[in-house]
Design a protein around this ligand. Structure first.
Ligand SMILES: [Zn+2]
Length: 142
């Protein structure tokens, strides 16, 4: 298999994940109770504490990224922000009744409280979007 320079697969678990050649050192103070807990867990997993911390940080950063990505769709619906150019790949639509005024992420129209709307759910936690009935109809036609 040819060696790629692009990022490593996301499901690499505890493997190096194609880290950059020059790792940076990140120092931080933690409460001794947290350190002891980390050390205990590292001992149980038979890995150095630094490896465990690095893996936890990598997982957390990826998780936060997914939450932020998902949050954009929700923020657009709730806050009436401008429509994004890049949309998540929607794997399904769920009908819903607006519990408050929403904004269609496609056309920007308001969706009044109590009106029907659709929540688009993206694959693998990559976000969501809320659309109005008009936009939903236009999607059905395509
Ligand atoms: Zn719309």
């Amino acid at each position: 298999m040819p060696r790629k320079t692009s990022p490593a697969p996301k499901n690499a678990g505890t493997s190096p994940r194609g880290r950059e050649r020059k790792d940076r050192v990140l120092q931080t103070r933690v409460p001794s109770s947290l350190y002891e807990e980390l050390a205990e867990n590292a001992s149980r997993l038979r890995v150095p504490v630094s490896n465990l911390v690095r893996n936890i940080l990598e997982d957390s950063v990826r998780m936060v990224g997914n939450i932020v990505e998902g949050g954009f769709g929700i923020a657009e619906a709730l806050g009436g922000q401008p429509v994004r150019e890049r949309r998540p790949e929607i794997i399904g639509w769920q009908s819903l009744t607006a519990a408050k005024r929403l904004t269609c992420s496609r056309c920007g129209k308001n969706i009044a409280k109590g009106r029907r709307a659709w929540l688009g759910i993206a694959a693998q936690g990559r976000g969501s979007e809320v659309i109005c009935p008009t936009c939903r109809k236009s999607l059905s036609g395509s």
